[in-house]
Design a protein around this ligand. Structure first.
Ligand SMILES: Cc1ncc(CN)c(N)n1
Length: 223
């Protein structure tokens, strides 16, 4: 018997072009090919630190929604709590890495693409946004980084040794498993969602993909 195709699989097939644009962006390719411009890397580092700080309240809101909105026999809260803990480490890592590269985090001004992405995250925090919709955004945001940086660690990659740790941060197997747990959450939620929520969730996925591409563009100096 053929396995039933999930809503997320349908979306990924339908939006493959945009998805690949986010996970195989020229910025990521330049890390993988070993010809990354270090000033672009430093721009990304400083801007992403600001993004991650704004990401924390968003993830906390997903955690609250999971607690209130899912019949949590499935352990959604624990998975998302793991994500909050990982973000705590991520913030410490950004500080350490910024010091290493001589990036002054206190003087970073968020660029337009970053501001718009952070504003989008804020728009998903309120109680009027369904758990399913917020969970789709969360899953997509984490998975795009996982897939992008894992690409830089493949056997034939020429990622510079000094950037390997950065790629490991999101490209490692356990982050991959965590993303799969988020994917399971999303699939379970979508299975019981109304058509209206599914439509909103798909639109949210598209917005995330666009914001991620804009974020890479900004880091790559294309804005
Ligand atoms: C822009 C962006 N997207 C995703 C992630 C992964 N938490 C991140 N750090 N920054």
């Amino acid at each position: 018997m053929q396995a039933k195709i999930t809503v997320t699989e349908t979306w990924l097939r339908k939006h493959r072009h945009l998805y690949d644009g986010a996970t195989r962006h020229p910025f990521i390719r330049s890390i993988r090919d070993g010809n990354i411009n270090i000033s672009a890397f430093k721009t990304w580092l400083g801007q992403d630190y600001i993004f991650v700080r704004a990401f924390v309240p968003f993830v906390a809101s997903v955690l609250t929604k999971a607690y209130k909105g899912s019949d949590d026999g499935n352990g959604d809260v624990e998975v998302i709590l793991g994500g909050v803990a990982a973000l705590h480490d991520e913030i410490s890592w950004f500080k350490k890495e910024a010091f290493k590269w001589g990036v002054q985090l206190s003087s970073i001004v968020p660029q337009k693409a970053n501001q718009e992405y952070c504003r989008f995250l804020e728009s998903l925090i309120g109680p009027e946004v369904e758990y399913t919709v917020a969970a789709v955004a969360f899953w997509a945001i984490e998975t795009i980084y996982q897939q992008s940086f894992a690409h830089c660690l493949e056997d034939d990659s020429k990622t510079p040794p000094e950037l390997k740790e950065t790629c490991q941060r999101w490209g490692n197997e356990s982050f991959g498993e965590y993303c799969n747990s988020l994917w399971n959450i999303v699939d379970r939620q979508l299975e019981k969602a109304s058509d209206d929520v599914i439509t909103k969730a798909e639109a949210t996925l598209l917005r995330v993909l666009e914001h991620e591409v804009d974020f890479w563009n900004m880091s790559h100096g294309r804005t």
